[in-house]
Design a protein around this ligand. Structure first.
Ligand code: SF4
Ligand code: SF4
Length: 445
């Protein structure tokens, strides 16, 4: 393991890490809510199709929805209980989506239903099918169906698999704890991933603020598996796919391209751990590890929480300050502010971070005119010009933004907004400009 001359990407920022309160807290099991609501849209792609009826008894781990085509995944019961309703439920995006309302049986929630195991030496296609059947999506927050990522298209080749353990978002310590406590699962998952993609080697990338996790993984690193553990310099957004590839492999993913275009594939460490934990038993995702933190939270920690747990129940259980103001799903840099407390925890929720009125006031600062300091330009890891993009957004010139100014290369990391002394909400402007560009494109098609 390299410790000196740590690698990183160019540009980026250093927001306060704020991880100390939870990084030392072992993963604890969270109680079952009286009613779990499993949204059938938790991933990018088509909604899953329910295979249970209202009034039906289900066992924990039982498949309750099947994938609708390749760009979709299965869903599993997070608890044994009764399906009360199959009806619309609010989602993180604010849209209503179909969901399965499940009332858990208090006494029977510990039983888990096993399916057909998939061994690590199975054929690549079998592993890809098992990953889809296990309902695995990117647990780092993107919720992209993992099996889709694993199918390497004809004519392409993956030489390096990168396991993303950077976890550069403030507050979040989910991946840190998973690496510390589930190292064997991570390596078991890597075996499956190497076999499925045909990659020659794997690198587990860990930011240098988690030396205990890197040491633990180094200790557990299995013989005969081409995998190394590499520490990276602490910098945001180190955990973005393109930044990891740039830091570790010195390769640049082309504009509009994918990691596959440069022979790389990036999978989050928690996703790998779930694959390693679930596939040998033929199980599906029923729960996930979530960091619950932030100034408004009472019992901060890392919890293994059933999928479908209502946000309201989660916050009641941990206790929140009376003046709780904003609740982020994911971290405060790239996460989404919860539109309602009636939404449920999904597979892509890596963190729940709650802020008080005082904190929110501090972040809602007065906006001043641009002083052309150039800090945003120096911060952007995609080498865009946020100052110019911001001016074009104000003028509504989306065409120039999307054309010569490469708006669609912006992955909304928020580094530019973070450093702007005029408090210009650059990333919000880019987000809405990107939505308009996508809408216009869809209308023209
Ligand atoms: S950081 Fe803010 S003030 Fe400075 S150039 Fe960029 S937009 Fe203007
Ligand atoms: S939000 Fe977009 S423009 Fe701003 S720093 Fe990140 S990638 Fe660059």
């Amino acid at each position: 393991m390299r410790l000196l001359g740590l690698k990183t990407f160019r540009h980026g920022v250093h927001p306060p890490e704020l991880k100390d309160e939870t990084s030392g807290m072992a993963i604890r099991r969270f109680p079952f809510a009286p009613l779990l609501v499993v949204p059938l849209v938790q991933h990018l792609g088509k909604p899953s199709l329910p295979v249970v009826r209202e009034g039906e008894e289900v066992l924990r781990g039982q498949r309750i929805a099947r994938p609708d085509g390749f760009m979709s995944v299965a869903m599993h019961a997070p608890a044994s209980g009764v399906v009360r309703r199959i009806a619309l439920t609010p989602s993180i995006s604010g849209r209503m989506v179909p969901g399965v309302y499940l009332e858990p049986h208090p006494a029977s929630t510990q039983e888990v239903m096993d399916g057909t195991p998939c061994p690590p030496d199975a054929e690549p296609e079998e592993i890809i099918a098992a990953v889809q059947e296990a309902g695995v999506v990117g647990l780092g927050g993107a919720a992209f169906p993992t099996h889709v990522k694993l199918r390497v298209p004809e004519g392409k080749r993956v030489d390096t698999l990168i396991l993303n353990g950077a976890e550069c978002e403030p507050y979040l310590t989910t991946d840190h704890r998973v690496m510390l406590e589930q190292g064997e699962d991570v390596f078991a998952g890597i075996r499956y991933l190497l076999r499925a993609t045909g990659a020659e080697r794997a690198i587990v990338a860990v930011e240098a603020n988690k030396p205990d996790a890197a040491e633990q993984l180094e200790k557990l690193r299995p013989e005969g598996v081409p995998v190394s553990v590499e520490m990276l310099r602490v910098k945001y957004p180190q955990g973005a796919e393109k930044m990891l590839i740039s830091a570790l492999l010195k390769r640049t993913v082309p504009s509009g391209g994918l990691p596959l275009d440069v022979g790389a594939l990036v999978v989050n460490v928690a996703t790998a751990a779930e694959i390693g934990r679930l596939l040998p038993r033929g199980r599906g995702i029923q729960e996930r590890v979530v960091t619950v933190s932030g100034p408004a939270v009472g019992k901060k920690g890392n919890y293994r929480i059933p999928i479908g747990t209502p946000l309201r129940f989660l916050l009641e259980e941990v206790g929140v300050a009376e003046d709780v103001n904003r609740v982020f799903l994911g971290g405060p840099m790239m996460g989404t502010a919860a539109s309602s407390l009636d939404i449920s925890l999904t597979k892509g929720t890596s963190g729940v971070v709650a802020f008080t009125d005082t904190e929110a006031e501090r972040t809602h600062r007065r906006v001043y005119p641009c002083i052309r300091c150039g800090y945003c330009v120096d911060a952007c890891p995609m080498f865009l010009n946020p100052q110019q993009l911001g001016a074009l957004a104000q003028a509504g010139d989306h065409e120039s933004m999307a054309g010569e100014h490469r708006l669609m290369d912006c992955f909304e990391c928020g580094s530019c907004s973070f450093v702007c002394p005029s408090h210009i909400p650059l990333v919000q402007r880019f987000r809405s400009a990107k939505a308009s560009v996508r809408k216009a494109k869809a209308g023209a098609a």
